[in-house]
Ligand binder design. Structure first.
Ligand SMILES: NC(=O)c1ccc[n+]([C@@H]2O[C@H](COP(=O)([O-])OP(=O)(O)OC[C@H]3O[C@@H](n4cnc5c(N)ncnc54)[C@H](OP(=O)(O)O)[C@@H]3O)[C@@H](O)[C@H]2O)c1
Length: 353
C-alpha cells in the first residue's frame, strides 16, 4: 500500500474542522499531519472535540509557525482550510508561498468563501473588505464535484453549504431548460451552519423550538450560487432566496421552485434529475420527499421533485457540515490526488440523530 498523504487542517477548533478530522480519521489515504489552531495551539484535540478522543488521543493543535515547515517539507500534502473568510486567503497564500520556495506541491481545498470569486473587486463588493490574496484567485476553481469532471487549477474553492443544496437542485433544471427565471428558493439550515462561536441567533433557548427567516432576498451567498450555476449549466440564472434557521444542529433542506418552460409532469422532472446525476455517487433521486434525518452525518444528498400546473419544484436535503463542507471538500481532495472520489466517504447516515 502506498504511504498515506500528509494532511493539514486549518481553522482547527471550528465545527467544519472537527468534521474534517472525523472524516480524515476514517480515510485510508489521508493521514493527519497537523491541525492548525490560531486560538489554542498546544491544546489537545480531544478537548475541543471529545467525540474524536479515540481517533486522536494524544494529538495537539499546532501553531502556524509549526504547520508551515511541515507543508514546505512534504513533497505533496493535502491542505483543507476551514478558517473564516477574510482569514483563509492570506493564510493559504503564506503557506503556499513557503511551499513554493521549498519546491513542494500542496493541494488546497478552501471551504471558506475566499476563493469562490473570479475577481478581487467582486469579492470586496460582497464581503466589504479587500481580498487577502488576489494573486492566487486564478489558482482556484469553485464548483461542486457533481458539476465539474476535472478541475484545471491546482486548488479548489468549495461552494459552501446552502450553495451545495441549491446548486444540486437547480443546475439540472437549468441545464435541461426545464424552467423560466427566476428560481424561488426557500431553505432551512441547522445551527451548526453559524459556526462554533455562540451568538444570540444560535442560543439554544431561542432556537430549539423555533423557525425563522433571515436575510430574505439578500443572502450574501446568492452571487456565488449564481456564478457556480452559470458555470455548471451555461445559464445566467436569477435566484430569489429566503433562508431560515431551523431548530436542529445539523442539516439543510431547500425547495427550489420555478415556472416550467414547457409542459412537464413529476415523472419528467425526476427523470431529468436521475439522468443528470446518473454518475454522481452521492446523489440519490427518489419519488419520496427528502428528509434531513436520512442524510445527516453523511456525504449523501437526497433529491426529489414535483411538477404541477406549470410549476416545477425540486427538493434537496444534505448535511451542512458533511456534504455542504467537509465531505464535499474531501470528495474534491480525493479527485485532486487521483483517488476514487468516494474514498472514505461512503458511510451511511446514522438515521436517528
Ligand atoms: N458551518 C457550516 O455549516 C459551513 C458550511 C460551509 C462552509 N463553511 C465555512 O467553513 C469555514 C469554517 O466554518 P465553521 O462553521 O467551522 O466556523 P467556526 O466554527 O466559527 O470555526 C472557524 C475557526 O476558524 C478559526 N479562526 C477564527 N478566527 C480566526 C482568525 N482570525 N485567524 C485564524 N483562524 C481563525 C477558529 O479556530 P482556531 O482558533 O482554532 O484556529 C475557529 O474555530 C467558514 O469559512 C465557513 O464560512 C461553514
Amino acid at each position: 500500500m502506498s504511504p498515506r498523504i500528509p494532511t493539514v487542517v486549518l481553522g482547527g477548533t471550528g465545527y467544519v474542522a472537527g468534521e474534517l478530522l472525523r472524516l480524515i480519521a476514517a480515510h485510508p489515504n489521508f493521514r493527519l499531519a497537523a491541525v492548525m489552531s490560531d486560538s489554542q495551539p498546544g491544546e489537545s484535540i480531544a478537548r475541543a472535540f471529545p467525540h474524536l478522543a479515540s481517533s486522536y488521543p494524544g494529538e495537539r493543535f499546532r501553531s502556524q509557525a509549526e504547520v508551515a515547515p511541515l507543508i514546505a517539507a512534504a513533497p505533496e500534502s493535502a491542505v483543507f482550510s476551514a478558517a473564516p473568510h477574510g482569514v483563509s486567503a492570506s493564510l493559504i497564500d503564506t503557506l503556499l508561498s513557503g511551499a513554493q520556495r521549498a519546491g513542494t506541491r500542496p493541494r488546497v481545498v478552501d471551504i471558506s468563501a475566499d476563493f469562490r470569486y473570479a475577481s478581487p473587486e467582486t469579492y470586496a463588493q460582497v464581503y466589504a473588505h479587500a481580498h487577502g490574496a488576489p494573486g492566487r484567485m486564478r489558482e482556484f476553481t469553485c464548483a461542486l464535484p457533481e458539476h465539474l469532471n476535472e478541475a484545471t487549477t491546482p486548488h479548489i474553492a468549495h461552494p459552501g453549504c446552502f450553495a451545495t443544496a441549491i446548486l444540486l437542485a437547480s443546475v439540472p433544471l437549468l441545464a435541461a431548460g426545464l424552467v423560466r427565471q427566476p428560481l424561488f428558493v426557500s431553505g432551512v439550515t441547522g445551527s451548526t451552519g453559524s459556526g462554533r462561536k455562540p451568538v444570540e441567533g444560535t442560543h439554544h433557548p431561542l432556537r430549539h423550538s423555533d423557525l425563522y427567516s433571515y436575510g430574505a432576498l439578500s443572502h450574501r451567498h446568492v452571487p456565488e450560487v449564481a456564478a457556480c450555476a452559470r458555470a455548471a449549466s451555461g445559464v445566467a440564472a436569477q435566484f430569489a432566496f429566503v433562508p431560515h434557521s431551523g431548530p436542529f444542529a445539523r442539516g439543510i433542506h431547500v425547495a427550489v421552485q420555478a415556472a416550467a418552460s414547457r409542459a412537464v409532469d413529476t415523472a419528467d422532472v425526476l427523470a431529468a434529475l436521475r439522468d443528470f446525476y446518473a454518475h454522481a455517487p452521492f446523489v440519490r433521486v427518489t419519488a419520496e420527499a427528502p428528509r434531513i434525518k436520512d442524510v445527516v452525518a453523511s456525504n449523501y444528498a437526497h433529491l426529489s421533485a414535483a411538477a404541477k400546473d406549470g410549476t416545477v419544484a425540486v427538493l434537496c436535503a444534505i448535511d451542512n457540515l458533511t456534504k455542504g463542507a467537509a465531505g464535499g471538500a474531501v470528495q474534491w481532495m480525493n479527485r485532486l490526488f487521483a483517488l476514487p472520489e468516494t474514498t472514505g466517504l461512503t458511510a451511511p447516515a446514522p438515521g436517528w440523530t
